[in-house]
Design a protein around this ligand. Structure first.
Ligand SMILES: C[S@@+](CC[C@H](N)C(=O)[O-])C[C@H]1O[C@@H](n2cnc3c(N)ncnc32)[C@H](O)[C@@H]1O
Length: 455
């Protein structure tokens, strides 16, 4: 087999990257046989983006956990640096649970978000909905009276039909199933859509916490300590989530005021941009943390959300990971607008054609998404992508520079990349680059905040 060409890049003072000739001394840190596109000058690490001790659960950011959430302080700092009084509308094309949308609203900026995962949309919607606290209190009192009154009988639930949750008996004790069913029956009777969403978000975390799922994992792995879960206080968990979220909401309402609004959609920017929503050159700033690979081999957003999605009756629950970027494998690929990406793919192809297909499938979607969202942004508007890099078959994929090149290919100028350590973002630090169980590689220690500006 032909040996892969080793290309190494370094950064010059103008912040652009240069290929270091292959015969230069190899870093002792690099494993033999590793092709690295990631040689970095560590001085570029900017500790002011680390937010080591920051409270990442302020405001409605406390509502629900989610894999690879953006931390609010990053979105806040980006908005401080790259918006001004004329900034009216932010767009996050991979909004997840809506960190950037909440931060936009806190600054009085309207926001549009889209995500293909129904659970993420539900959470993002609820985190940015300005509920009337007095009305919410009425519902909360009713909820407590209902479930904690002496006359409440769980027995009446025993004959109810359970929702279509795959392997329900494997993941939940019977006792817990009845209690969750009772909560769901109650929520389904709430007639105010926004209040209902607020309850559904608390319910979703209650589902996860009362299941046999190992709580420290985002993937569905069964915990060894299942005995303790049989008589778990399901109603108590639900109440504590509702109370915590209400406090977060009050803080959000106090700071955000009444004016800013967020609208959540479920369109797929890989396919196209709905012209009914976006006029050309409509958005003032794009701020997002996109996935850095397909869900199956990187972060399993769909798997994390599956049980909640099933309990909540979302029909696409089983399909989420296939729907997300790179979820469908493609056979052929065109030449990408990023030369660096073309080089990386050739290197991976030389090592493993099948794994190269995963990478190609992801980047084809990523590139079309960037092409499409670029159309929504006004001239001189900033696109700010918070990205991570990963390793496939021993080849480091410099997603930050690929992202930069893809934007530049869409009539953007490159502005800057900030590099931060990841001290408190909850995400897998190791993945299986070869897709073999037990074969892991260190992935995300740094995060890259790539800033480009439309010409
Ligand atoms: C890194 S997460 C975003 C997290 C978000 N910033 C937060 O703080 O919660 C990436 C998101 O992209 C979504 N996604 C992946 N492919 C997508 C696509 N084609 N269209 C819309 N969303 C997609 C995933 O469902 C996931 O929620």
């Amino acid at each position: 087999m032909k040996k892969p060409v080793k290309r190494r890049y370094n950064i010059d003072q103008k912040n652009s990257y240069k290929l270091i000739s292959d015969n230069k001394k190899k870093s002792s840190k690099l494993k033999e046989n590793t092709v690295s596109y990631l040689i970095r000058d560590t001085k570029l690490l900017d500790a002011s983006w680390d937010f080591k001790k920051a409270n990442t659960k302020e405001f409605t950011h406390c509502f629900h956990s989610y894999p690879a959430m953006m931390i609010p302080q990053i979105a806040r700092k980006i908005l401080d640096l790259f918006t001004d009084k004329s900034t009216k509308l932010l767009f996050d094309p991979f909004c997840g649970t809506g960190t950037s949308l909440v931060e936009a609203n806190l600054k009085g900026i309207d926001a549009i978000g889209t995500d293909l995962n129904p659970l993420a949309r539900l959470i993002a919607k609820s985190k940015t909905t300005k509920l009337d606290i007095q009305v919410l209190d009425l519902f909360l009192h009713d909820f407590i009276n209902y479930f904690f009154s002496i006359s409440y009988q769980l027995d009446q639930i025993h004959n109810s039909i359970m929702p279509n949750v795959r392997n329900i008996d494997f993941w939940f004790s019977k006792n817990v199933q009845y209690k969750l069913r009772a909560l769901l029956d109650y929520i389904e009777r709430i007639n105010d859509v926004d209040i209902k969403n607020f309850f559904k978000v608390a319910f979703s975390e209650t589902v996860r916490e009362s299941s046999f799922v190992k709580q420290s994992e985002f993937k569905l792995v069964k915990s060894k300590e299942i005995e303790s879960k049989d008589d778990i206080d399901v109603f108590g968990i639900m109440i504590s989530k509702l109370s915590r979220n209400k406090l977060g909401l009050i803080d959000f309402l106090n700071k955000a005021g009444k004016d800013s609004i967020t609208t959540i959609y479920d369109f797929n920017t890989v396919k196209n941009i709905p012209l009914s929503i976006f006029k050309p050159d409509y958005v003032d700033i794009i701020l997002s943390s996109p996935p850095y690979g397909d869900s199956k081999t990187t972060v399993a957003y769909g798997q994390y959300s599956r049980m909640s999605n099933e309990w909540l009756g979302y029909s696409e629950a089983n399909q989420v990971d296939n729907l997300l970027m790179g979820g469908k494998r493609k056979k052929h690929h065109h030449i990408f607008k990023s030369e660096l990406l073309n080089d990386v793919i050739s290197d991976i192809q030389r090592r493993d054609k099948e794994r190269a297909r995963d990478v190609i499938s992801f980047y084809e979607d990523y590139e079309s998404s960037i092409n499409n969202i670029s159309l929504t942004l006004k001239r001189k508007g900033y696109a700010c992508f918070v990205v991570g890099n990963r390793t496939v078959k021993g080849i480091n994929i410099p997603n930050d520079r690929i992202t930069k090149e893809l934007f530049v290919g869409n009539n953007f100028e490159y502005v800057e990349t900030f590099i931060r350590n990841i001290p408190n973002k909850r995400m897998p630090l190791r993945n299986s680059p070869s897709n073999i169980v037990g074969d892991t590689a260190s992935t995300m220690k740094n995060e890259y905040i790539v800033i480009c500006r439309k010409k």
